[in-house]
Ligand binder design. Structure first.
Ligand code: ADP
Length: 383
């Protein structure tokens, strides 16, 4: 063979071998990637993003019960700690689903986090995710459980509230019949009969008012309402109670404020605040009602020097049927509905209500409402 061909032939052979090796490497690298994807493809595409976007709790668990992905909600509910599920109840559900393959849904009452004292009500759904993983989704039901509890308490309370005066009316009627020949006794029983029937009427009225307010979120009647008149009427409606409790009501502040709304409802709201201020104050104390107008906001503040509200219960006083001290509230004829009526009225008027209170030092409830002149000016400006 001619040696002149040897060098190019060797070169061509070298290039061929190199190209072959390169092709084999590329193919095998591709195969490797495919194999990796096959392993991971059991966590369906996009699960990461879905878990990330969840507001509630979402957790992906691997075959060794390690948490491979958890939503921020799962962390804030305290379900995950150190890369694992905190609650044995949840681990049990996960194991069960892994064994049976069937999804399960359960309502659970769990401790919040690994060492906290608080608890949380969860609606939990567990299902398989691909071949290897298990998905756990949980919704916080604590609020609705708490409302149910308040509602159950209310039914117990309201039955008691109604049973007591109804029973008393029956007994007093019997007493009236047997004392018919003694005018003094008849007078005494009749007076008590009137008081009990007034109490019954008040509780019934409050329940009706609250249902009416909750049925509509916006006002049907919106006139210009004179706040001075509202405050004066509400104070007037409490004169007798104030005198009976030797409480002095003082009022003051900015005059001439007006809001758009329903005069009767607003009077009821201020009336309820003043009535509470009197009920929960000692004899001889003062209740202040102040009106202020600032930057298009009308504030009506009712201040007392009474028993105050414990700090941990302050957020709950506007809940329907909630009473900080049921026994005392029962004596005062309270039903726990007054403040929730106030809150609804104020919200329906586009305002809000705030409370400051300190046990032993008294409370201030402040209603804030948009001022009519400001609202009118704003709409004129906009047109
Ligand atoms: P109630 O008819 O029992 O007064 P409310 O809804 O008006 O119901 O008030 C709820 C609870 O809030 C009351 O039972 C009372 O414990 C507390 N509360 C309301 N107003 C005052 C106040 N001015 N001072 C102290 N506690 C108050």
């Amino acid at each position: 063979m001619d040696s002149a061909w040897l060098v190019p032939a060797a070169l061509a052979f070298g290039v061929l071998v190199g190209a072959g090796v390169a092709v084999i490497l590329v193919i095998s690298a591709g195969r490797g990637r495919t194999a990796h994807e096959v392993v991971n493809s059991s966590v369906p595409d996009g699960v990461d993003q879905v878990i990330e976007a969840l507001e509630s709790a979402g957790v992906v668990i691997d075959p060794s019960n390690n948490v491979v992905k958890a939503s921020p909600g799962a962390l804030s509910y305290g379900l995950v700690w150190n890369g694992a599920l905190v609650h044995p109840e949840l681990v049990q559900l996960v194991d069960q689903v892994r064994r049976n393959g069937e999804p399960v849904t359960e309502e659970l009452h769990l401790a919040r986090g690994p060492f906290g004292e608080a608890s949380i009500y969860l609606s939990v759904r567990v299902a398989r995710l691909g071949a290897r993983y298990v998905l756990l989704l949980a919704e916080d039901r604590t609020e609705s459980y708490r409302l149910d509890e308040v509602r159950r308490d209310f039914i117990a309370n309201i039955s008691h509230e109604l049973k007591t005066p109804i029973g008393a009316v029956g007994l007093l009627a019997e007493a009236l019949v047997s004392a018919s020949k003694e005018p003094e006794q008849v007078k005494r029983f009749a007076k008590r009969l009137t008081k009990e029937s007034e109490r019954l009427a008040r509780i019934t009225q409050e329940i009706i008012e609250l249902s009416r307010l909750q049925a509509t979120d916006t006002l049907t009647k919106t006139d210009r309402v004179d706040i001075d008149y509202v405050v004066a009427s509400a104070i007037d409606q409490n004169r007798v109670a104030a005198e009976a409790n030797k409480v002095v009501i003082v009022s003051g502040g900015d005059a001439g404020a007006e809001v758009f709304g329903d005069e009767t409802l607003l009077t009821t709201a201020v009336d309820n605040l003043i009535s509470n201020a009197i009920q929960y104050s000692p004899n001889g104390s003062r209740v202040g009602v102040g009106v202020s107008r600032r930057d298009g906001v009308v504030e009506i503040a009712v201040t007392d020097q009474g028993v105050g509200i414990p700090e941990d219960e302050i957020d709950r006083v506007f809940e329907r049927f909630f009473r900080t001290d049921p026994a005392r509230a029962r004596n005062t004829g309270g039903s726990g509905l007054g403040l929730s009526i106030v809150k609804h009225v104020v919200q329906n008027h586009g305002g809000d209500i705030r409370v400051w209170s300190q046990p032993g030092n008294g409370s201030t409830f402040t209603i804030r409402l948009p001022e009519a002149s400001h609202a009118a000016a704003a709409s004129l400006g906009a047109s």
